[in-house]
Design a protein around this ligand. Structure first.
Ligand code: ADP
Ligand code: ADP
Ligand code: MG
Length: 660
């Protein structure tokens, strides 16, 4: 047995945090490596030591083998944990570690190598009697031969890049028309994406479910499976929700598929954690091998929750040469676990990733909730890495209980500062078919109305806009009380209705309100009036009573965008439209204030000066734009509060005009 006292983690984000946690538990010193973009990362703080290795681009840091190996040596690491992605399935790296006398926490290089190509993997599995998807994975890669094989098989077929992965390099062909063109295009794509144009042709399983088995092996020839996970809820062939056990699993099927998975492990002399992926034909009940991922899987917590095992600890023990501490008989699942991946992406815009700063990040307390993340308030979602924010895992004795908990978490977690898939995940888990376990890999495409995700009822928009307006009002009040020179209570009920113009998506949304007294407001939206009392407010949100119901709203503001969230409305982003000029407001109040945080450039008038409607009063600059505040009626300048050159918050009272 080899001793492991120090582990270098050649990864970032949540998986680095996850590995650090087990290191701590086992008394192993952890070393993080980090790039420029990750300098303030949570995982960097959590590790016992952290070493800067280069620029933000992965090739300059997390994929730079020399830097990682040198850092491991310099820091005296006995072993490297590669996490998932990056170098985790890189056979050259695994070999290099061995050569340098560093333990690679993963399977032996031969196993990685033989699963690195989809064609080699399938051929090997076929030889060992593991059922594979009918198809062609031969050496003859001519377009003629591939076409012939596709036609022979019958459509639809799936073309896959042999070197592909992560859902990339796949293409469905529905009929013989244009199959040659599709093959040529797939080859070109594959060459540019993976540096290799070899393809395999597979029968396309029309109603397929993605069911995978966690496998584990040791260096003594033992191999077991650690139950299944179902990961059929996918977009772009990528998983978003995973669960265990699979809703279609029974003991008989589990025995059969589990045996096939263990068979695959034995065929590879597998000696660490891995995942055997199958596609299960919902119609025939047959299942076929897809691939083996020779690493820790993103969704491994689902398995940990139902089995109580620590898969990272088992990986470390296997890498040390210890025999598996559990046998197949010991592996028993308890209850149900579901994982949802929270991403910075826009479900209603083709799931495009978005970047930005997470302003606020909080989870409710729920029994059986586990959150895997390296994000905290203030963290950046950058262009350099995967936009996954967190993995949300819940566990319960029943599937419906786990579902209920997941929905509760998805309703109540606060993640503000950019568009995320939070509302999409909630919508998905509220779907009746999903709740009954009736789904396949096309579920999102066929059963989820993506256009509807971002859209809410107009009453929900009204609530969101009331919340944003009250938040803005409160912020203005607060900055006002800091200024002694301003008469308190200057804003009083002699106000006429003020109006707020927002953009929600690309739609205009208008709201008007009148301040009464004692924090009471009347809001008007179309023909509806909302009697509202502001109960409490701070920088992170407000609590308001609206028509007799109290609501708490989480609110974050960035520039002129308000991110408003609570469990009744989900997430709504409102853009405050430029409020120049605010005729009705100023006319009644006689006060002129700043519509947004501004610098006061020039004051054009003096106290006591008579001005005409339309005359310039103050020049402001904000967001690189200059604006002149103009008088909306004839009058005399009563008092000026503005000072040239000063920076003021939105809503700062500049001056008051007395009408004649
Ligand atoms: P899994 O197959 O483990 O369920 P996915 O299929 O969702 O994971 O992701 C597949 C691949 O996507 C990973 O192996 C990795 O190549 C890439 N990936 C996902 N997240 C990250 C990340 N945070 N950093 C780097 N690569 C990632
Ligand atoms: P990757 O290496 O990109 O993860 P996989 O072979 O694991 O590629 O396939 C990814 C996903 O594509 C599967 O989870 C499944 O949804 C779909 N898929 C793969 N092969 C087939 C097939 N033959 N028929 C139907 N769907 C498939
Ligand atoms: Mg896969």
């Amino acid at each position: 047995m080899k001793n492991i006292n120090t582990i270098l983690i050649a990864n970032r984000g949540e998986i680095a945090s996850r590995v650090i946690r087990t290191c701590q538990k086992m008394g192993i010193k952890s070393i993080a490596v980090f790039s420029e973009a990750d300098r303030n990362g949570l995982f960097v703080e959590q590790a016992d030591s952290a070493v800067f290795i280069g620029e933000s681009s992965p090739t300059a840091s997390y994929l730079d083998q020399d830097k990682i190996i040198n850092t491991a040596k310099k820091m005296g690491a006995d072993a490297i944990h590669p996490g998932y992605g990056f170098l985790s399935e890189n056979v050259g790296f695994a070999k290099r570690c061995a050569k340098e006398g560093i333990i690679f926490i993963g399977p032996n290089p031969k196993a990685i190598d033989s699963m690195g190509s989809k064609s080699k993997a399938k051929s090997l599995m076929k030889k060992h009697k593991v059922p594979v998807v009918p198809g062609y994975q031969g050496k003859d890669q001519s377009v003629e031969r591939l076409t012939k094989e596709a036609v022979k098989m019958g459509f639809p077929v799936l073309l896959k890049a042999t070197a592909g992965g992560g859902g990339k390099g796949m293409r469905i062909v529905h009929d013989a028309d244009g199959v040659e063109k599709a093959i040529e295009a797939a080859k070109r794509e594959s060459l540019s994406a993976f540096g290799d144009d070899e393809l395999i042709v597979e029968k396309y399983i029309a109603s397929g479910r993605h069911i995978e088995f966690q496998i584990f092996g040791d260096q003594h020839g033992n191999a077991i499976h650690v139950l299944e996970r179902e990961c059929s809820i996918q977009r772009r062939y990528q998983k978003v929700i995973e669960e265990s056990p699979s809703p279609v699993m029974d003991e008989k099927l589990r025995k059969k598929m589990g045996a096939a998975a263990v068979n695959a492990a034995k065929a590879l002399a597998y000696d660490n954690a891995g995942t055997v992926e199958f596609i299960y034909d919902d119609i025939s009940g047959d299942f076929y091998f897809l691939e083996v991922n020779t690493r820790l899987q993103v969704e491994h917590p689902v398995t940990e929750e139902v089995t109580g095992l620590d898969l990272v600890q088992m990986q470390i023990e296997s890498a040390q040469g210890l025999p598996l501490s559990v046998t197949q008989k010991d592996i028993k699942g308890s209850g149900y676990a579901i994982e949802a991946r929270l991403y910075a992406e826009d479900a209603s815009n083709d799931f495009l990733p978005v970047t930005g700063t997470i302003q606020r990040f909080e989870f409710p307390e729920v029994d059986g909730l586990r959150v895997e993340t390296a994000i905290r308030s203030g963290s950046e979602i950058s262009v350099f890495y995967d936009p996954m924010i967190a993995k949300i895992i819940v566990h319960d004795a029943t599937r419906s209980g786990a579902m209920r908990k997941m929905q509760y978490v998805l309703k109540n977690l606060v993640c503000q500062g950019m568009t995320t898939n939070q509302d999409f995940l909630l919508h998905l888990t509220q779907n009746g078919d999903f709740q009954q376990g009736k789904y396949n890999t096309h579920f999102i495409a066929n059963h989820i109305d993506l256009d509807a995700i971002g859209k809410k009822e107009s009453a929900q928009y009204a609530l969101a806009s009331i919340a944003a307006t009250l938040h803005g009002w409160n912020q203005r009040e607060q900055s006002r009380t800091l200024l002694r020179s301003i008469p308190s209570g200057w804003r009083n009920n002699f106000y006429g209705p003020q109006s707020e113009d927002y953009l929600i998506g690309s739609e205009d949304f208008k709201l008007a309100y009148r301040y009464q007294n004692n924090q009471q407001f009347e809001f008007y939206q179309d023909d509806t009036t909302y009697q509202t009392t502001l109960i409490e407010a701070d920088n992170q949100g407000i609590r308001a009573e609206i028509d007799g119901v109290q609501y708490a709203f989480n609110i974050a503001k960035a520039g002129n965008e308000y991110f408003v969230h609570n469990e009744h409305i989900g997430n709504v982003t409102l853009t405050q439209k430029d409020r120049f000029p605010m005729k009705e407001v100023e006319k009644v109040a006689g006060g002129y204030d700043t519509p947004m945080p501004s610098q006061i450039i020039k004051i054009l008038v003096k106290e006591g000066q008579a001005v005409k409607s339309g005359e310039g009063l103050v020049v402001l600059s904000s967001m690189k734009m200059e604006n002149t505040i103009e008088a909306v009626e004839d009058g005399v300048v009563e008092e000026i509060y503005a000072e040239e050159g000063s920076n003021v918050a939105a809503g700062f009272l500049l001056l008051k005009l007395k009408s004649e």
